[in-house]
Every structure is written in structure tokens, then in C-alpha cells.
Design a protein around this ligand. Structure first.
Ligand SMILES: Nc1nc2c(ncn2[C@@H]2O[C@H](COP(=O)(O)OP(=O)(O)OP(=O)(O)O)[C@@H](O)[C@H]2O)c(=O)[nH]1
Ligand SMILES: [Mg+2]
Length: 330
């Protein structure tokens, strides 16, 4: 029986042959296994790849002792971190490439992205980190990747509006995440359940909106999931809808931006102090200087809140809102 190897498989095999260090070799072996056509004609090859994977892994573990390098550890930057998650070829890397300065690789075959690529996404006067990831797939999902996803502030679930069955695509991704104890849900009141499942805030982004049948598919997904998740369409290629990703991510972080000013001076709106929603005057003070906790007497506030007049005196426990300006008095 002929093996009928695909270009993707051949590409991974080529990269495997070129790889120097064992970690890279292991990665491409795993991708070869993920992309090799699964039928009788490749049984022998599959067995061979699996054997080489376990040999390489064993050699790596022996070499590095117990501490194995985790390629999915991504240093946090900015006011929050989102994982960009989805099936292969949906356009995750294209989206991250358009929203940030990160150099992501976009190509029309599956498993283009093999390791996390973080980028900083500007929203108004703050920066949010979004991390491009390899696909979540039946053939091959690294537990370490879901481990990383479990620790982010939220998930941007990208799906393909040109898919024959986008609901099945989304359910496939959700099912695999759940297998590794990451559950997407609308609000994460409880971060971890007793059995260790991480509840992650998420929103759904349908990509390739400019294509035929995209609108119809978007409606199907909105009808199915719209009650629990925010769902909208974008086109990375034509660059529309992308601002909605910025705003939705910011709102999901549940933070406020507060500004400080000195008496008689104007505030600096380029330098917000970012606090959790519900923060008070004293939380704001404490985030500027630890001594404020003791010495702060009162503050004057400039707020969009219509119940407050400009420069009104407020107490230490006054709850703040996004955009408030404070003048602290000690
Ligand atoms: N029509 C259309 N194609 C797009 C759009 N965005 C991305 N693509 C194409 O979709 C293919 C996959 O894009 P990628 O960004 O590499 O997809 P990915 O989800 O990162 O893929 P993996 O890394 O393999 O998981 C490429 O051929 C892109 O050019 C879009 O908005 N419209
Ligand atoms: Mg990619």
C-alpha cells in the first residue's frame, strides 16, 4: 500500500533532518506523527516515529536531569495575558501578526506554528500581551501548552468561518482543552474547581469573514454560543474587526485605569495606574507609594461619574472607575 505522504509531513520530516539539538528533533518528530496520514500503508512508519520519539525524549531527560526546559513558559508583560487558541489553519498567527509587532509565521498548511510567539497588543494607552500558539488538534496537543493556557487571564478562541462545520471545530477544541483540565466559560468566578479544572474567560473570534458563507456560519455560531460568550467575526487578511479584539480583551481583564495629578497641574493620561475593578482610593495610593496607606488623608477626584462634581473631596474607601483622576492629599 502506498504511503501517500502529504507536503506537510514531508516539510516536517525535512525540518527534522535539519534540526541540530535534540529538543528541536523531538518537536519535529512529534509533528511528523501528527501529520502522517493514518492508514495501513504508514503503520510501520508510525511505529518507527513513535520509537524515535521515546528514544529522543529519554535521552533528553537523562541529559537535563529532572529540570526539563518548558518551551511554553512565556514571561508575562503588559496589563494581562491572553492565549490565542484554535484548530490548525484558522488564522491565529495572521491575527497576532496584525495586532502586534510579533513576527508570526502564516502559511496555508496545518501546524505552521510550533511554539508560542508572544506579542504586545496596544489598546488605547495600555498594552495587552497576546500569545500565538500551535494548534489544538486531535492528533497532537502538548499538555504543556494547555498548562500555559490554564495560567493566562483569558482565551481568544479563533475559529474558521470557511470551515464546513465551525461548531464541530469549536467543540473539538473545547473538548481537547477540557481533557487537559482547561474549561472555557463566560465568567470565571471560581478559577479552579476541586478536581483541578481551570475556568478560563474566553471570547470567540470567527476569522476569514470576507469569504463566502462566512456570514451564515457566524450566525450559526452566534446562535449557539452567543448567550455564554461574546462572538464576532474578523478578517485578518482584510484587517477588519480587529479593534473589537482589542476592546473585548481589555474589558475581559476587568481592570480600571486611574490617573494621578498634582494640585494645579494637568494629569498625564499616557501613564495610567491599572487596578482591579472595585479598587478604592487607598488601593490607588498604595500602588503609587507604600507610605500612602498610612499618610493619605483624602483625595480630590475628577470623574465621569455624574454624581460627583469636579475636584470633589472623597474618602480613602471611595470606589474608583475607569478614567478617574485623583489628587492625593497627605
Ligand atoms: N481568506 C482568508 N484567509 C486567511 C485569513 N487570515 C489568515 N488566512 C489564511 O489562512 C491560512 C492559515 O493562516 P495561519 O495564520 O498560519 O493559521 P494558524 O491558525 O496560525 O495555523 P497553525 O499555526 O498551523 O495552527 C493562511 O493561508 C492564511 O493566509 C483571512 O482573514 N481570510
Ligand atoms: Mg500559526
Amino acid at each position: 500500500m502506498p504511503a501517500n505522504l502529504t507536503p506537510e509531513y514531508r516539510e516536517n520530516e525535512r525540518k527534522f533532518r535539519e534540526a541540530r539539538d535534540p529538543e528541536e528533533k523531538l518537536r519535529y518528530l512529534e509533528l511528523m506523527l501528527a501529520t502522517i496520514p493514518k492508514h495501513k500503508g504508514t503503520d510501520h512508519m508510525q511505529g518507527d516515529i513513535k520509537r524515535r520519539i521515546s528514544q529522543t525524549r529519554a535521552a533528553l531527560e537523562k541529559k537535563s536531569g529532572l529540570k526539563r526546559h518548558n518551551p511554553f513558559k512565556v514571561e508575562r508583560e503588559g496589563i494581562g495575558q491572553f492565549a490565542v487558541v484554535g484548530a490548525a489553519n484558522v488564522g491565529k498567527s495572521a491575527i497576532v501578526g496584525k495586532l502586534t509587532n510579533a513576527k508570526t509565521t502564516v502559511a496555508d498548511y496545518a501546524f505552521t506554528t510550533t511554539k508560542p510567539v508572544p506579542g504586545m497588543m496596544p489598546f488605547e494607552n495600555v498594552q495587552i500581551q497576546i500569545v500565538d500558539l500551535p494548534p489544538v488538534s486531535e492528533e497532537f496537543t502538548e499538555p504543556a501548552m494547555v498548562g500555559m493556557i490554564r495560567n493566562t487571564d483569558g482565551v481568544i478562541l479563533v475559529f474558521d468561518l470557511t470551515s464546513a462545520d465551525p461548531a464541530a471545530q469549536i467543540e473539538g477544541v473545547r473538548g481537547l482543552l477540557l481533557k487537559y483540565k482547561a474549561k472555557l466559560c463566560c465568567s470565571a468566578e471560581e478559577r479552579y474547581t476541586l478536581d483541578g479544572i481551570a475556568h478560563l474567560k474566553a471570547f470567540f473570534v470567527g476569522n476569514k469573514l470576507e469569504s463566502a458563507a462566512a456570514e451564515e456560519n457566524l450566525k450559526i455560531i452566534t446562535d449557539l454560543y452567543g448567550a455564554d460568550f461574546s462572538v464576532f467575526g474578523v478578517s485578518a487578511e482584510r484587517e477588519f474587526g480587529l479593534d473589537e479584539i482589542r476592546r473585548t480583551a481589555f474589558e475581559m481583564l476587568d481592570v480600571i485605569r486611574v490617573y494621578t495629578k498634582s494640585p494645579g497641574k494637568k494629569p498625564d493620561f499616557d501613564e495610567p495606574v491599572v487596578l482591579k475593578r472595585g479598587a478604592t482610593v487607598i488601593d490607588f495610593g498604595a500602588s503609587i507609594h507604600k507610605d500612602f496607606a498610612k499618610s493619605l488623608k483624602f483625595a480630590r477626584i475628577w470623574s465621569k461619574d455624574p454624581t460627583k462634581f469636579e475636584g470633589q473631596k472623597v474618602n480613602r474607601d471611595e470606589v474608583l472607575f475607569d478614567g478617574d483622576v485623583l489628587e492625593l492629599h497627605i
